[in-house]
Design a protein around this ligand. Structure first.
Ligand code: SDX
Length: 431
């Protein structure tokens, strides 16, 4: 039974259809608002705007719920397999044993870069930001795969393009790490699984293969799973926006990398480590950091805290905190930054400023500490986030791509500039 809301403006009353989601969340369909009333909806930063309906990921920010294709993320914890979750997000269901084996084989086959791609790394300065390299090299990859620039409705081509992207971003990430340190590239080892191969390409040396620790491999699978999708966040909305123009999958994901780089988004995991390190080096006490974060005259934010959607504990942060404890116990490791993080969390969770605003740790608060424990340097943290998020971007791009009658995304604005004025010739302008 269709449901409607009633809107009356300037003496005119219209009916707005109500769109209801699977879990009961509701939206007002304003697709005819401007035609019927001449008014636009006004929602800067889209905090109250649903850009689409989607079947991929469900978040309940008040209850701290996150589900991939209906499966709660907590259920991936006991047997974390990032490639399996990538398949789930992209194809909408868990793969059979044979389907997973075939998809994994595609990833293995696609792991090496075209030798021509390697020369692009030489063109970057050794201190080039890895996220700049990642974004550039995803577009560069499409130059070697022209057949994937137009996927049309060819499912086989899409599957191969998705596998190629997921596999090669891992190699690109490892090569950017090695290039920055003047180390020789290590080729992917076809005998290794996805996460193990990444660790191998980052840390092995010729004649000295990195020994894969299964517990660290499991931890990395789970970390990537927890980053894999998060409905219409900034970078995913960017991918969908770019894809709505019928831009190809590679260009759309390269745009997603650029959005994710922002310190308010995926770049926060780098900011968290720098914040913790600054405290450790004696710059500021945890109490002083919280005071800075609360000071409205100071642009500083408590990085790794707060979220547009979660007004409860980010379920990923809870799981990453447990991964952190497990990895540290397994490695018998101590890290003063972890102690500082725990102190900051303890203080913030009982500070009225954070409690009133429902600011809790988010996915970025603990992830960097775990990467650091594994040996991943700070400048690679957001690249690791991008590797994890790529399957979600691909799934969301495909959902947008397959929309029947899908239109190019083109928000409107309320103009607040000069109403009307004339051009002033140079000889009439002030000196
Ligand atoms: C990610 O959208 C996603 O799903 C993103 C993500 C994903 O998986 O894709 O979850 C990944 O990006 C996680 C967030 C990582 N970013 C950070 O940790 C940066 C620090 N956090 C903040 O910048 C902020 O919380 C955001 C950006 C995450 C959310 O910003 P919003 O929704 O615009 O929140 P807001 O600015 O409207 O905050 C409401 C109030 C404000 O104070 P008042 O004006 O009410 O007095 O809370 C304050 C804010 O100043 N506030 C903070 C704060 N976060 C919000 N104050 C201090 N420190 C913070 N971290």
């Amino acid at each position: 039974m269709p449901e409607f809301a009633t809107l009356t403006v300037d003496g005119k009353t219209i009916q707005l259809p109500i769109v209801r989601g699977t879990a009961g969340e509701a939206g007002l369909d304003i697709t005819k608002l401007r035609d019927q009333t001449g008014y636009l909806a006004y929602d800067p930063a889209f905090g109250n705007t649903a850009s689409c309906t989607s079947r991929i990921t469900y978040i309940d920010g008040d209850k701290g719920i996150l589900r991939y294709r209906g499966i709660p993320i907590e259920q991936f914890e006991s047997h974390p397999n990032f490639v399996e979750v990538a398949y789930l997000l992209i194809f909408g269901r868990l793969p059979s044993v044979d389907e997973l084996a075939r998809f994994s084989a595609r990833l293995t086959a696609n792991a090496p870069l075209h030798e021509g791609m390697k020369h692009h790394f030489e063109g970057f300065p050794v201190n080039a930001p890895p996220m700049a390299i990642m974004s550039a090299m995803i577009n560069a990859q499409s130059c070697f795969d022209p057949e994937f620039l137009h996927l049309g409705d060819d499912d086989e081509k899409f599957t191969e393009a998705a596998a190629r992207l997921i596999s090669k971003v891992r190699t690109i990430a490892a090569y950017s790490y090695r290039r920055a340190r003047g180390m020789p590239f290590v080729y992917p080892d076809p005998r290794l699984r996805y996460c193990a191969n990444l660790l191998h390409m980052i840390f092995s040396m010729p004649y000295d293969q990195y020994i894969i620790d299964p517990d660290i491999e499991d931890a990395l699978n789970l970390i990537f799973i927890l980053h894999a999708d998060h409905e219409q966040n900034c970078s995913t909305s960017t991918v969908r926006m770019v894809g709505s123009a019928k831009a190809n999958l590679f260009a759309s994901c390269a745009a997603g990398v650029s959005a994710l780089w922002g310190p308010l988004h995926g770049g926060a995991n780098v900011e968290v480590l720098e914040m913790l390190d600054a405290i450790h080096k004696g710059g500021l006490s945890p109490e002083q950091v919280l005071a800075k974060a609360k000071d409205k005259s100071d642009p500083f934010k408590l990085f790794g805290f707060g979220h547009r959607v979660y007004k409860n504990y980010d379920p990923r942060a809870k799981m990453l905190q447990k991964v952190c404890e497990r990895v540290f116990a397994h490695m018998n490791r101590q890290d003063p930054l972890l102690d500082i993080a725990r102190k900051l969390e303890e203080l913030a969770l009982k500070d009225p400023y954070f409690v009133e605003r429902k600011l809790y740790p988010n996915v970025d608060f603990y992830s960097g500490i775990i990467f650091r424990a594994i040996g991943i340097p700070t400048d690679m943290f957001t690249v690791m986030f991008a590797i994890g998020r790529l399957p979600g971007w691909i799934a969301q791009w495909k959902e947008q791509h397959d929309l029947v009658g899908g239109r190019i995304a083109r928000p409107r604005q309320v103009y607040a500039g000069t109403a009307l004025t004339d051009f002033v010739p140079m000889d009439k302008r002030p000196k």
